[in-house]
Design a protein around this ligand. Structure first.
Ligand code: N01
Length: 556
């Protein structure tokens, strides 16, 4: 019998009970969710994936703001598991723009016939574990109910947008957008006075394109970030051929942490080798030349210029001053250049932005940078915002204000473990996990890109693939051994949480002031959200656990 219930604070909706018990429910239709669905289906399991959007894409479905583009090179920001996909897909640019990534994901979805098992426009509201039946029960905002043995979350590390903490937003009568909730009908900004709040990866990609359309653009800058040239370009036939030859070795070296991206594919071995040596292996002139070449090469290659960028303050500062000089060289007005110059944090404690024409945009007559560090935006008004007691009138405000990263996509849901405890309460003092895969008290919950995994600190697609394979093997192991339930041992979890904390000790990340440690969300527990010990060490640790028969987990 169908019943009515209040779901997620909405008025009562009719619940539609499931016809069958699934082996697994996968949350999310992004890179991790799609591959998870594929792997479990290949194992012959009954699986459904839920996706809030109307199509696949995950972060790339929602972040469709002008200029959205991946800051990892396309050749390696793509699946490696399928020779069919490798053979049939061809990337057009060094860095793929959001529409091309969506096309790729849609192509994979069709090619592997995944669409029939993904329920779109289905936003999960709650998930509860029942210790009597050892099953999870899920309810969507629309009232669909599912039950499954395993709950696999691939909800995305940067999928819970946050708005700036500025009062009166609802009073603003103009157009208001968030980069991560960008409307499908492209807003027309021509001839309008536009304000952008936020100069992280999203803001810095968006700003040059908005400047070309708007009558006037005001950029509100609180903490300017370091910014590298993308040096984007079309991929040539020669690039594609080279990639065809080197693909396997590049992918292998990505997993052993020898290289970070396909940028390295196009760098000579000699240039790559600088990362093996500390800064003082070179003279000051040589270091400068290494940085100059990396700047020209483009992309996020500065963090690996030398072996000790993250641990040696002097080397770190040398990169900061190199990047600051570039700002002074490009931005013509010294006051504007100063507003855009980062001075308050170490290189690598925030994710470096990668883009095109960001600094050049501030040389345009219709663009203005407003320093809101000293004078924060006080409030929204009907007509705009107030800064330093003065109203700035705007037709459009775009918030590029970031995310409740890594944990936000789960804490926003009502997820309850074996004893009815909510994950948002369990994580209120810190999001401890075992290997980033599981959480004590939440049996049969498996996370892709969860806290305590390398997630946002590495190539996310590569890390997702590794995690999906690991989870698929675990579920297969349980099935073959007739285990119905897996629990994380709290001691193993505490030990891994310590490993995650230790990984940042002695590095600049130890005192990071950024979303990496949750500081951008009021009330969020502070602590490094991702494992910073590198993908190779992570894989070693997870492989060892699997080979030991899943030490640190309990089966029943
Ligand atoms: O968000 P952010 P993002 N007044 O948190 C500002 C990935 N990503 O969406 O630093 C004024 O970095 C805030 O200022 P402050 C990537 O991993 C990837 O840009 O708090 N300003 C900051 O400038 C990235 O790191 C890609 O002082 C306010 C900005 O908003 C992550 O997502 C593209 C404010 C938020 O920056 C997040 O990037 C996009 C206020 N009241 C995103 N409140 C690519 O692959 C907030 N801010 C290229």
């Amino acid at each position: 019998m169908n019943v009515r219930e209040t779901v997620s604070g909405n008025e009562s909706v009719e619940l539609r009970r499931p016809a069958e018990v699934l082996d697994a429910l996968v949350l999310g239709g992004g890179f991790g969710g799609m591959y998870m669905l594929y792997r479990l289906r290949e194992l012959g399991l009954k699986v459904t994936a839920l996706e809030a959007g109307s199509d696949v894409g995950g972060a790339w479905y929602w972040n469709r703001y002008p200029g959205a583009r991946c800051d990892v090179e396309s050749l390696v920001y793509s699946y490696s598991f399928s020779p069919i996909i490798d053979a049939e897909w061809r990337w057009s640019e060094r860095y793929a723009a959001q529409p091309e990534i969506l096309r790729y994901m849609s192509f994979v979805c069709d090619r592997l016939d995944l669409r029939k098992d993904i329920h779109f426009n289905s936003r999960l509201a709650s998930a509860r574990y029942d210790k009597e039946t050892n099953l999870w029960t899920f309810v969507t905002e629309g009232g669909d109910v599912y039950t499954a043995r395993h709950f696999i979350s691939s909800a995305g590390p940067i999928s819970a947008p946050i708005w700036p903490d500025i009062p009166g937003r609802e009073s603003f009568k103009g157009e208001l957008y968030h980069t991560a909730l960008w409307p499908r009908n492209e807003p027309d900004l021509a001839g309008k006075r536009v304000g952008v709040i936020g100069t992280g990866s999203s803001g810095t990609q968006l700003i040059p394109l908005v400047a070309e359309q708007a009558k006037h653009l005001t950029v509100f800058v609180r903490t300017p970030n370091y910014h590298a040239l993308a040096n984007n370009r079309p991929l040539t036939d020669a690039d594609q051929e080279r990639w065809g030859h080197m693909r396997d070795s590049v992918r292998r070296r990505l997993r052993t942490w020898e290289i970070l991206g396909s940028g390295d594919l196009f760098m000579s071995e000699e240039e790559l080798a600088t990362r093996k040596h500390p800064g003082d292996h070179y003279t000051a002139e040589q270091r400068r030349e290494i940085l100059r070449r990396r700047w020209e090469f483009g992309g996020a290659v500065m963090p690996r210029a030398f072996a000790d960028v993250m641990t040696n303050e002097a080397v770190n500062e040398e990169i900061c001053s190199f990047l600051r000089e570039k700002i002074a060289e490009i931005v013509k007005d010294p006051e504007t250049a100063e507003i855009l110059t980062p001075r308050t944090f170490k290189f690598g404690t925030k994710r470096i932005c990668v883009g095109t024409n960001f600094y050049e945009t501030f040389n345009r007559d219709n663009v203005e940078a407003v320093d809101v560090k000293a004078n924060p935006i006080e409030r929204f008004t009907e007509k705009g915002v107030v800064v330093g007691g003065k109203e700035i009138e705007l037709d459009v405000v775009i918030c590029a204000s970031g995310f409740d990263a890594v944990t936000g996509a789960l804490t926003v849901l009502d997820i309850r473990g074996a004893d009815g405890q909510a994950i948002k309460d369990v994580w209120s003092h810190g999001s401890e996990t075992y290997l980033g895969f599981g959480v004590a008290g939440f049996p049969n919950l498996h996370m892709i890109g969860g806290p305590g995994s390398p997630s946002v600190l590495v190539n996310v697609v590569m890390a997702n693939e590794y995690q999906v394979d690991w989870i698929a093997n675990l579920i297969d192991f349980m099935r073959r051994n007739n285990h119905q339930r897996i629990d994380v041992d709290p001691d193993a979890q505490a030990k891994w949480a310590q490993t995650v904390r230790d990984a940042v000790k002695g590095t600049v990340l130890e005192n990071a002031e950024s979303w990496y440690v949750g500081i951008n969300v009021p009330g969020k527990a502070r602590g490094i959200l991702a494992y910073a010990g590198g993908i190779a060490n992570y894989i070693k640790a997870c492989d060892a656990v699997a080979e030991s028969g899943y030490e640190g987990f309990r089966f029943s």
